[in-house]
Design a protein around this ligand. Sequence first.
Ligand SMILES: Cc1cc2nc3c(=O)[nH]c(=O)nc-3n(C[C@H](O)[C@H](O)[C@H](O)COP(=O)(O)OP(=O)(O)OC[C@H]3O[C@@H](n4cnc5c(N)ncnc54)[C@H](O)[C@@H]3O)c2cc1C
Ligand SMILES: *[C@@H]1O[C@H](CO)[C@@H](O)[C@H](O)[C@H]1NC(C)=O
Ligand SMILES: *[C@@H]1O[C@H](CO)[C@@H](O)[C@H](O)[C@H]1NC(C)=O
Ligand SMILES: *[C@@H]1O[C@H](CO)[C@@H](O)[C@H](O)[C@H]1NC(C)=O
Ligand SMILES: *[C@@H]1O[C@H](CO)[C@@H](O)[C@H](O)[C@H]1NC(C)=O
Ligand SMILES: *[C@@H]1O[C@H](CO)[C@@H](O)[C@H](O)[C@H]1NC(C)=O
Ligand SMILES: *[C@@H]1O[C@H](CO)[C@@H](O)[C@H](O)[C@H]1NC(C)=O
Ligand SMILES: *[C@@H]1O[C@H](CO)[C@@H](O)[C@H](O)[C@H]1NC(C)=O
Ligand SMILES: *[C@@H]1O[C@H](CO)[C@@H](O)[C@H](O)[C@H]1NC(C)=O
Length: 586
Amino acid sequence: MINAQLLFSLSFISICFGKIYENVAELAPLEYDFVIVGGGTAGLVVANRLTENAKFSVLVLEAGVNNQDVLDSTVPFLVNDLLVPNIYEWNYTTTPQSGLNGRALPYLRAHMLGGCSAHNLMFYTRGPKDDFDRYAKLTGDAGWSWNRIFPYFLKNEKWTPPTDLHDTTGQFDPSVHSTHGMNPVSLNGYAWPFGPRVIAATKELPDEFPFNLDMNSGKPLGVGWLQSTIGEGKRSSSASSYLVPFVSRKNLHVLLHAQVTRLVNASHERGKLAFGGVEFLQSAKARKEIILSAGTIGTPHILMHSGVGDGRALHALGFHSLLDLPSVGQNISDHVSVGLSWSVNSTETLESITQNATNFNEAFAHWNKTHTGPFVDLGITHVGWLRLDPNSEALHQFPDPSAGRDTAHIELIFSAGFSRRSASTPQGHFMNIGTVMVTPLSRGSITLNSSNPLDPPLINPRYLTSDFDLFVLRDALKRAQRFVTAPVWKDYILAPTVNIGNFTTDELDQFIRNNAGTISHLVGSAAMSARGARYGVVDPDLIVKGATRLSVIDASVLPIVPSAHTQSTTYIIAERGADLVKARWT
Ligand SMILES: Cc1cc2nc3c(=O)[nH]c(=O)nc-3n(C[C@H](O)[C@H](O)[C@H](O)COP(=O)(O)OP(=O)(O)OC[C@H]3O[C@@H](n4cnc5c(N)ncnc54)[C@H](O)[C@@H]3O)c2cc1C
Ligand SMILES: *[C@@H]1O[C@H](CO)[C@@H](O)[C@H](O)[C@H]1NC(C)=O
Ligand SMILES: *[C@@H]1O[C@H](CO)[C@@H](O)[C@H](O)[C@H]1NC(C)=O
Ligand SMILES: *[C@@H]1O[C@H](CO)[C@@H](O)[C@H](O)[C@H]1NC(C)=O
Ligand SMILES: *[C@@H]1O[C@H](CO)[C@@H](O)[C@H](O)[C@H]1NC(C)=O
Ligand SMILES: *[C@@H]1O[C@H](CO)[C@@H](O)[C@H](O)[C@H]1NC(C)=O
Ligand SMILES: *[C@@H]1O[C@H](CO)[C@@H](O)[C@H](O)[C@H]1NC(C)=O
Ligand SMILES: *[C@@H]1O[C@H](CO)[C@@H](O)[C@H](O)[C@H]1NC(C)=O
Ligand SMILES: *[C@@H]1O[C@H](CO)[C@@H](O)[C@H](O)[C@H]1NC(C)=O
């Protein structure tokens, strides 16, 4: 540990040691080539790649706390304990959602180094080729197409054997993976007996639920084994993969507890808006570029507080509008989910651990000693990706929002019980199928509620305001029910916890509206669009339209939520985004 007082008086020394700082007084002068706002999933990738060039100095400003030694973030099985209000959370809530019968949902966002990669559910799903090809088309930049971004998946991923070292033949396709990237990814390292039953069901009902060897090939349709950002029994996050091993780089400083309030020192350079630096408790100068990586909520929030957004709305709050970009915070899309569960005739379920303190403590001790056993994953064994029937009524009434024929409308998530330990989970042994609507037509917004940058914004995803989305969830629930008609479940399933089998359509809709939640995949608040388009926030090179030396690199640039969980896409945006930044400054 370097003495903080010494660093303060000898600021030159602080520049020579890359480090994670807790106290701004340790850093002076606050002037860097690049200032990255947000040390989350994308921000730490960009920080890593830019500091590969020893000539670039980089400051990362992270509002939250350190993720190191946070047990619930490291032990995969314990993540649910993190997903409640705590010091690692921003504690956001959506506005009341009319599509959810007026319910307001907690909106989870990590307030720590690594961002949501340090507390998400670790699913590793790249999504369909179609989605990326559509991004390329929408932005007029072939650089976002599947074929061109594929090398970035390989740069990001470090394929790792599962902790139980089971034979993985037939569980994934090695030809689409890379063992030399940065972020460890693996198949589950603990074999719940539930897993082989799911596979048996795919063989019994192959037309509707075909087995897919590898959902990360670009063609995800079917049911396959889950892959997760887990390595050697521990969570992989952008902090563990892209920061900790590189923290000694002299040109990289990361400052915690530094919540950025706005961009400052606006000027015009060749007709474009430029900011000299960013303000937090103090302010930091960016000689070359400011990179916003504060996530889908943080990034538009900072832009609007800096006078970049819908000019009229900003005026109404008393702001001086510097750049009229009405799309900031608009057009956001997310994934809505609702689950079904069945009590089962087995004790080999997650409840054997979550509802039995002896077994729980034993499993923890086992993990603590060897990083193996049931705590190395979440007990989610498989994921299925399904399309609506081409003759379905919804596809006649609505434009198909999917990006192509290999893109799912529905995701099914299969798990060997409830992994959450809470008073509201029922007693007994269960299996669950989570259903997710992954190609929403509903679009929402993030807007300011006040002119105080420390106040949270209004998060209004407008869930299920399109009848298409409701239709997809109804269909998804029916698919889940058909899945459990496979003979393999006959002696296993005892009864559904809620019997929706005889619900009328209205009852089913009410069930969905009263129970649906979000799986936190919000994107689109600083969306990419083609150069010269009349909407959008950033150009395909991720520079804010009408600005210079200001870019956005995080999940907010995705114009439409992919038919996949969003972290791997975020990693890819960050890997390519870093290359784009490097290319303009070297
Ligand atoms: C509970 C949960 C479960 C999920 N599960 C999965 C999953 O299983 N698989 C998957 O693929 N995806 C999952 N996701 C989604 C995925 O994790 C996110 O889409 C992705 O990590 C977003 O990355 P990001 O870089 O855009 O933002 P983040 O990772 O949120 O990073 C933003 C960072 O900026 C910081 N910040 C924000 N505002 C400021 C400010 N004003 N000043 C300074 N710093 C600031 C934040 O504290 C944070 O560290 C999940 C998300 C959540 C919340
Ligand atoms: C979230 O709530 C917890 C518990 O109330 C609190 O300790 C924490 O500081 C809050 N997070 C933020 C960013 O304010
Ligand atoms: C902003 O501009 C003022 C006046 O030029 C300068 O003194 C200050 O250092 C600048 N701050 C930042 C963060 O750019
Ligand atoms: C929202 O996105 C659509 C394209 O998907 C575009 O036509 C529209 O202009 C956008 N609206 C805003 C406010 O950005
Ligand atoms: C539970 O499974 C056992 C065999 O493992 C079987 O004998 C028993 O009949 C089953 N119980 C029910 C209710 O299906
Ligand atoms: C917990 O599991 C153990 C077996 O590991 C068993 O002996 C014990 O009875 C269980 N406790 C309860 C309360 O079910
Ligand atoms: C976990 O292991 C460490 C040593 O590696 C030990 O100090 C700690 O007490 C253990 N924790 C528990 C709860 O067993
Ligand atoms: C928005 O501001 C109003 C008035 O100050 C306040 O009552 C409300 O709680 C705020 N909403 C959010 C989501 O912070
Ligand atoms: C629906 O109700 C009928 C008659 O009550 C019953 O026979 C049937 O099993 C029920 N179906 C489901 C799926 O619950």
